[in-house]
Design a protein around this ligand. Structure first.
Ligand code: DNO
Length: 393
């Protein structure tokens, strides 16, 4: 697979020159300044593409070409927004960028409750703590009916936690769940001037009455219109699994495991309708056997995100080392290297280690931590290559 790296544009303190030195081959990036729903203009695409090429690299993957919420909850304006999406796709296609990642998570992208969980070796990782999450949901957000989603025992723990939390700790939890993890990936709740909890409540309101079935219907409506454009340009549009792959905030989730993925790929049965195989997101679902999913869907996988998680008692999960955990990267890499040797893959997330700790990296997107993980993944890839060449697998 091609070794790619998520790079956040010219303002990223991790420069393209640094990436060349650590063996990165392709860049995963986006026009981060364009709000979801607006057209990505050809000039802006070419300018970023040239900038990347001048550094001796190439723009391999767009992550993400984000969808306006209106497309997801099915507002009347969606047709105009889908036309804009099609225009962006064709501008990308004309510029030769053929792998495009997106997601269909309503209102909130990935969810974590702790961005600095200290490990025994002194490094830090990302963490999802179910009780801290429930505490935000029930006590801070005060979502209507939230209590129904938790057991009596969990709610008791939530109350105890809330009562001993300081105002500063509450502010950090809010910032972690709906601001810091969202702002850098095109989300609306990134403006420090607005009240994030109120803004998030409004966003949730948009999905009132949108069931899982309706959300699927809205995805199909979108795919039926955009996939023909992707086909015309040889683009693979790759849907990213929900992170985590279970319902949060009472919102429907439609990319959580085998049945969902099968449904999506069948909804518009075209190679242009593909999957971003994220071992990390999928592994956080107790119901998922990640290598089995890789076997099943390798043929429609256009992009891979490699990381792993460990599931813990009580519904928590931790982002594990890339060599451990339920992501089973050794097996998944063996499957993908055999069946999809040319697709781009990127190491997803990394620990905070060494000089990373002082830097203000986007959550999960450290330099040394990701470089370390890339080296681990490269090692696995080299062993698998050897197995394939020598006929051992
Ligand atoms: C966070 C990621 C997300 C994901 C996008 C894909 O690190 O899980 O940013 O890549 O949602 O569309």
């Amino acid at each position: 697979m091609e070794k790619t790296w998520r790079w956040f544009g010219a303002k990223d303190i991790i420069t393209l020159d640094m990436l060349r030195q650590i063996g990165v081959e392709g860049i995963v990036t986006a026009l981060y300044d364009v709000p979801p729903g607006e057209v990505w203009a050809s000039e802006a695409i070419y300018s970023l593409k040239d900038h990347i090429e001048q550094a001796g690299l190439h723009w391999s993957v767009v992550e993400s070409l984000p969808l306006a919420e209106e497309i997801k909850y099915g507002a009347p304006e969606r047709d105009r927004l889908i036309e804009n999406y099609k225009a962006s796709l064709s501008n990308l296609g004309k510029a030769g960028i053929k792998t495009i990642c997106y997601n269909f998570m309503p209102a909130i992208d990935w969810v974590r409750t702790d961005l600095h969980r200290k490990l025994p070796d002194g490094t830090y990782t990302l963490y999802f703590d179910k009780i801290r999450f429930a505490c935000f949901d029930c006590m801070i957000l005060q979502r209507e009916g939230a209590e129904k989603d938790y057991t009596t025992e969990e709610l008791e723990k939530v109350r105890l936690l809330y009562n001993r939390m300081t105002e500063d700790e509450k502010a950090v939890l809010i910032d972690t769940i709906i601001v810091k993890t969202q702002g850098f990936i095109h989300r609306s709740i990134s403006d420090g001037k607005t009240d994030p909890v109120q803004a998030f409540k409004k966003l949730l309101q948009l999905y009132k009455g949108v069931s899982k079935i309706q959300l699927r219907v809205n995805l199909k409506y979108f795919l039926e219109r955009v996939i023909p454009v992707a086909e015309e340009y040889g683009i693979t549009l790759c849907i990213h699994p929900d992170d985590p792959p279970f319902p949060v905030f009472g919102l429907p989730r439609i990319v959580t495991g085998e049945e969902d993925i099968e449904w999506i790929l069948d909804a518009v049965d075209s190679p242009a309708n593909g999957l971003a195989f994220c071992t990390g997101s999928l592994s956080a679902g107790i119901h998922n056997d990640v290598p089995a999913l890789a076997c099943r869907f390798a043929g429609r996988t256009g992009f891979a995100h490699l990381r792993s998680t460990g599931l813990l008692p009580g519904g928590d999960f931790i982002e594990a080392s890339h060599l451990e955990g339920k992501g089973a990267l050794i097996e998944v890499i063996r499957i993908l290297e055999k069946q999809r040797p040319h697709i781009p893959m990127r190491v997803d997330h990394g620990r905070l280690m060494l000089d990373d700790v002082e830097k203000n990296h986007n959550p999960g997107y450290s330099f040394y931590g990701r470089m370390f993980a890339l080296a681990q993944v490269e090692g696995i890839m080299a062993v698998v290559q050897d197995e394939i060449e020598s006929g051992k697998c």
